[in-house]
Structures are given as C-alpha cells and as structure tokens.
Design a protein around this ligand. Structure first.
Ligand code: GDP
Ligand code: IMO
Ligand code: MG
Length: 422
C-alpha cells in the first residue's frame, strides 16, 4: 500500500484527526488536500491533546506534513499553529505547496459580512474566509503561497485585487478601509517566515510514490459538506470527497490504493442545513454531552442524531470507499435502544438516495431500524470479538448495508483506544 486516503463520510468531525494519527505510524508523508482552518482535527496521545487546523495530523507522530495545492492557507493561523507545536516540543517537518491559495484579510471580512447579510438564511460558516478565498481562486483573483515570497509580485496583485474587494466591502456598508502598504508588509513578512516550507510538493510526492514511500492523504470536513455532492448550498467550498484528493495534491487517481471512509457511530453537524436524523430531545442532548460534541474550531454545539446510513452509502458510492473506520462507538454505551436510519420517507414513498433539491431533502423523514443497546465497552478491548454482542450486531449491520468492510473501530479518543479489524 503506497497511498491511503482518509475521508469523512458525514458532516465532518467524524474523528479524522484520531484515525489519521493512528494510521500515521506507517506513513512517511501525511497530506492535507483541501479545506483550510475551518477544519479542527483532534489528536489525543496519553494526556496530551492537540487541535490542528491546517497542519496535517501526521506531524504529531513526527511524519512529514504536506499542505497540498488544494488547501487554502491563512498564514497567520498556520504560523501560530507551528509556533504552538514548537512550544510543545514538536518541530513540525512541513512542506507547503507553492500553488496553495492564501486567505487574505478581505476574505475573512467578506465571509462574516455575507453571513450577516443572509441573516436567518445564513450557511453558518466558520467565518474563516474559506468560501471567499475559494471563490477568488476560481475567479482567478487568488494570491498563492509562492506570491507571498515575491514582494513585487504581491504588490502588483494587491494593486489589482484590493480595489475590487474594497468595493464589495463598501456594498456591505462595513467601515473597513484596506491599507495596501500595510497588507503588503504583513503578508510578505508571513512569506519570509514560510519560505523555508514552500516548495513543489506535487513533485516531491510523485517522486515519493515512485520510491514506494507511504503516503496518507488526510481529508477535512465530510462528504455531506462537499460542494458538489453535499447538502448544497449548506456545504463548504471544496471537494471533500475522494476526487478532491487528486486535484488537491497533484497525483494521478490510479495511485490511490485504499480509501478509508470514517463513520461516526451516530451523526453530528455544525452550522445550518438539513439533518434528517437530528434528535431535538434528551437523547440528542445525551449524545452531545457524552460525545463532547462542541466544534473544535468555533466551539459551537454540534447538532446530534442517530446514524444515517443513506448518507454513509452515498459517501461510499461517490468516493469508492474501500474500508470503513467506525468512531465514537463508546458514546452509544448505556442506551437501551439505538437506531439506524436506513431510508427516507418522502411524500408517502420510501427513497434511499440524497435528493439534490435542498427543500426536498429537508422534507425527508428518517425510517429507522431499531437495535438493542449495550451497557459498556472496556477501553482495553483489542479485538472485534471482545466487543459486546449487541455492538457487534450494530457494526455488522453497517458493514452489510454499506457493502464495505470495517477495518477499524474507535472506542475512545486516545491512540490506544482503537481496534483493528483484520
Ligand atoms: P475531525 O474533525 O474529524 O478530526 O474530528 P474532531 O476532532 O473535530 O472531533 C472528534 C472528537 O471526538 C474529538 O474530540 C476526538 O478526540 C474525539 N474522538 C475521536 N474518536 C473518538 C472515540 O472513538 N470515542 C470518543 N469518545 N471520542 C473520540
Ligand atoms: P473538520 O475537518 C464540521 C461547516 C461549517 C458550515 C459549513 C461551511 O473538523 O471535520 P465554511 O467555513 O467551510 O465555509 O463553513 O461547513 N464546516 C465544518 N463542520 N467540521 C469541519 O471540519 C467543518 N468545516 C466546515 O460549520 O456549516
Ligand atoms: Mg473537526
């Protein structure tokens, strides 16, 4: 196995940080390929907890972290993250694609302004400037990592782009006036600090593939936040599915050997948009409390509900997922019954796909299959067979319905609370 891809199958926060850290032990490179610091990936090693937003999770295991061209980078946040890691005794070995787009101050302001303007129709973004930055990339108004290292080029770009951004901000009636000189100085200083990391990551990674090095691709967000196949427009602005990894890194699709889809044993979502299995009752609150379901990036409470297999099957289909990693199974401990949504009820009919029309998706009601719960899971469990019989039944149902084998079960946030399923 040379290239392994790890992606979220739901609405993000499935436990990608935990699973990527776990698999990093065998990796040479761990690569982020999309998203930015809207992501928040948590890694727990013993008593130490790390929350990473842009730096790939593999650096905690001392592996080379690569920030691919498909990522959008807020240099201020990235530098803070690097400094914090160094303060905690981890000097990250990092490579940053010269082609990665940079989140600029106007992206963050516009993200907030658009959300405010939308009012109760807002997306519920992380306000990190992600959408406006990707919009500029596609509109060819982007500033890329390489541009930060060439002051004259950065000056020319700002001269072209800033007046347009100023006009947009004036429309929203925000009293910010951009100072081109100040932005130029600040961002070229960031460039000077980041220069040592900025390189042709696509060449490095393709050479690594030729040398049979182990590469782990770390997704951010999840399938239902994918800009094409998620609950559009309540999505993020990048392709979070398997397809996004090849364009976001610059490797050919044939090189990907394994695609691991992470499935949280129940469902969560941060921000607005439909969530068919959402529980607005005590059980929902129970999952939120026991699962500590509060955003890693924005601290917002995550909406919680039962596992939705229509969603998981959609993810498996679109990304060609080859293995499943089930996380947070322990959070379901102590519930007398647990439920899995297998289909949706829509206008008297049963459907088993995700409607593209958001209003139609919002009208979908979950059809549940009931399972007997289990009391507890011993945190030292090391094999599937040692899990409570009821939990095994729950997992086997997921596996059978998805048509994809489970290769890992996570029963706690720590590195050791992990069961490999051969
Ligand atoms: P990510 O964005 O997909 O990396 O997920 P987050 O880090 O945002 O959220 C997952 C949360 O669940 C983190 O606090 C993890 O430490 C925690 N976590 C991961 N796996 C497990 C697990 O199996 N059990 C429990 N109880 N917590 C877990
Ligand atoms: P990780 O990688 C959960 C959500 C936001 C919002 C929508 C659009 O930790 O799983 P954006 O700022 O991207 O324009 O917001 O996407 N969102 C996430 N939800 N986990 C994430 O990342 C997310 N990144 C973005 O809450 O609903
Ligand atoms: Mg997260």
């Amino acid at each position: 196995m040379t290239v392994t891809l790890v992606i979220g199958t739901q609405w993000g926060d499935e436990g990608k940080g935990k699973v990527v850290d776990y698999y990093s032990k065998n990796a040479d490179y761990v690569v982020r390929f999309q998203g930015g610091n809207n992501a928040g990936h948590t890694i727990k090693v013993g008593e130490e907890v790390y929350k990473l937003h842009v730096v790939p999770s593999g650096v905690i295991q001392g592996k080379t972290g690569v920030i691919g061209n498909g990522v959008v980078i807020d240099p201020e946040i990235l530098l803070t993250e690097i400094d914090e890691l160094i303060n905690r005794g981890i000097k990250p070995h990092l490579l940053i694609s010269e082609r990665a787009n940079i989140i600029m101050p106007y992206h963050k302001i516009l993200d907030g302004a658009e959300e405010q303007y939308l009012g109760d129709k807002k997306i519920g973004t992380t306000k990190r400037g992600i959408g406006p930055c990707y919009s500029d990339k596609v509109a060819r108004n982007g500033i890329r990592a390489i541009d930060l290292t060439d002051k004259e080029r950065l000056r020319k770009l700002l001269e072209r782009i800033l007046p347009i951004k100023q006009k947009m901000i004036d429309i929203y009636d925000i009293k910010t006036k951009f100072d081109e000189k100040e932005i130029l100085e600040t961002y070229s200083a960031y460039g000077a600090r980041l220069q040592e990391y900025i390189t042709t990551t696509h060449v490095e990674l393709n050479n690594a593939i030729q040398k049979k090095k182990q590469i782990l691709l770390e997704g951010a967000q999840g399938t239902m936040l994918d800009v094409d196949f998620g609950t559009y427009p309540y999505t993020t602005s990048s392709n979070t599915i398997a397809g996004g990894s090849t364009t976001g890194v610059g490797i050919g699709p044939k090189h990907i050997d394994e695609i691991i889809g992470i499935v949280k044993a129940y469902t969560t979502r941060v921000g607005e948009g439909p969530l068919p299995t959402e529980l607005l009752d005590k059980t929902g609150q129970h999952l939120q409390q026991i699962g500590h379901e509060y955003g890693t990036t924005t601290s917002r409470p995550r909406r919680c509900g039962w596992l939705d297999l229509v969603v998981v099957k959609h993810a498996c289909m679109i990304s060609g997922i080859t293995k499943l990693a089930i996380t947070k199974l322990d959070v379901l401990n102590g519930l007398s019954q647990v439920y899995i949504c297998t289909q949706y009820q829509l206008e008297g009919k049963r459907i088993d796909y995700i409607p593209a029309n958001i209003d139609v998706f919002t009208a979908c009601k979950p059809v549940y299959k009931e399972f007997k719960g289990w009391e507890t899971i011993d945190q030292n469990t090391k094999t599937f067979e040692e899990l409570p019989k009821e939990a095994q039944t729950y997992l086997k149902f997921i596996e059978k319905e998805a048509g994809v084998p489970i290769s890992l079960v996570s029963i706690g946030p720590g590195r050791t609370e992990t069961i490999e399923v051969p």
